[in-house]
Design a binder for this molecule. Sequence first.
Ligand SMILES: [Zn+2]
Length: 198
Amino acid sequence: MCCFQRRSNLVKLNCSRYEEIKKVVTDTIEDANIRQYPYDVFEVARNLDIILVSYQSLSEKKKKACFSKSEDAFSILVDFGNHAEWHIYYNEDIGHCRVRFTIMHEIGHIMLDHEDGNEVEESEANFFSKHILAPPCIMHEVGVEDYVDIVNKFDVSPTMAIYQIDYYDKWLQYGGDYYTEYEKRILKLYQNEQSISA
Ligand SMILES: [Zn+2]
């Protein structure tokens, strides 16, 4: 059984690790069939066979136990003997954008095979969540101009959008239009969807 708690942190990861996480983000986008932005994070969890349980749906006793683990969310691998299932328990009262971020953060822990929720793993899950909610290549494709654009087009909080516009500026500086192999895969799903709905 594993559980993770979200903490604010500023651990800096090395470049090659960022690249690995971006590839896992891409695999997750494909596995969950994410074709448009913003998307429903609950549907993403369903597509990945992850069960979501809100604290508020539980008995008072269980709810209290959840809050003692984390104010936001945590993940548990439930073993049924012949198969195992990931369950994410989350607090639905933390606000729409924070719920979206938190669920993708927990999915990040699961996809990155995290084990104990140390500070490095927390940083990685935060990076995963930001990257999968608003991938730079999609920001480029939809033509974001400022952080408000990111809030509106990706359904994220202003705090995250300010971080992502900064990240997007750096992304433009270090490559931009020269898409990587994994960015092409993200764009392919998105563009196919656009051409179907056009
Ligand atoms: Zn975490």
